[in-house]
Design a protein around this ligand. Sequence first.
Ligand code: SF4
Length: 357
Amino acid sequence: MTQIAPTPSAATAAPASVIAAPATATGAWKVADVVALYDLPFNDLLYRAQQIHREHFDPNLIQLSTLLSIKTGGCPEDCSYCPQAARYDTGVEAEKLMPLDQVLDAARTAKDHGATRFCMGAAWRNPKEHQVEQVAAMVRGVKALGLETCVTLGMLKGEQAQALKHAGLDYYNHNLDTSPEFYGQVISTRTYQDRLDTLEHVRDAGINVCCGGIVGMGESRRERAGLIAQLANLAPYPESVPINNLVQVPGTPLAGTEPLDPFEFVRTIAVARITMPRAMVRLSAGREQMNEALQALCFAAGANSIFYGERLLTTGNPQADADRALLKRLGIRTEGLNPQASDATTAAQCGDACGHA
Ligand code: SF4
């Protein structure tokens, strides 16, 4: 059986018999090792993921967050999955940046409904300076309500990241979307390196990183493994890892793609948990298309964060009441963080429906 090397960040990720664990020469995850995880029998993979999950988190506790689109549509980028790209006829109209008072009203509502973190997404290629100032005011206002903050605004320069940090920003979402090998089939208007550069600016500013990707875009298992390896090999790996299942929106180039086997999605959650043991792994876009049994499997595989109660950036999300009913049936609590996780980089709740850059 192929041996699986542990990530260097997984200091306490003891190997199981199904995953012998000599470190690679560099200590990094190789794509082949991640593929080998995917290739495990389903029950073995979930068992291993659940073991690692329990080493770092309360397995019956998840975080809730709310995502607000503060600036919808009209984006100049060409992300093939995204209904907010201006070039695709998806029915999403370009809107202006939402006024501060409306954002704060939404944040208050989110807090009243149990969210502990409030995520704000803007469909920009990259923000201009005055837009960073406007978002910084939102960050300050949301923080003053006692919520943690996250934004996703596209590519950031170093000084912009510093300005947002100064405003009190806790997390910045910027997804890698997919593997470097598959990337060119999804986006052409920015490079993989552009994304890595933004992540570096965010790290350098001392902001927590929220970074994940999208599966179900027609990529191969090896390409899914390539995404996970990229994420796990970020040094350090992201505090928060949103895993999106493609929501096929008519009018986007990826509409009509062969849907991903649901078990492959669960496997992706499990592999993310194993390779990034201390990260919050979030069920993000695509959850509305999942039945309750599939969501429960995702929790068993190590997902411990969801968006709820609001629409994701432009796609639907199950209603908060239905979510709470499901969590209750599963005996999953939603209050606060497990002390076991307090030494880990704490959870992030940002991320978005369309994997906004
Ligand atoms: S994912 Fe983000 S950058 Fe890409 S088109 Fe959509 S809004 Fe624009």
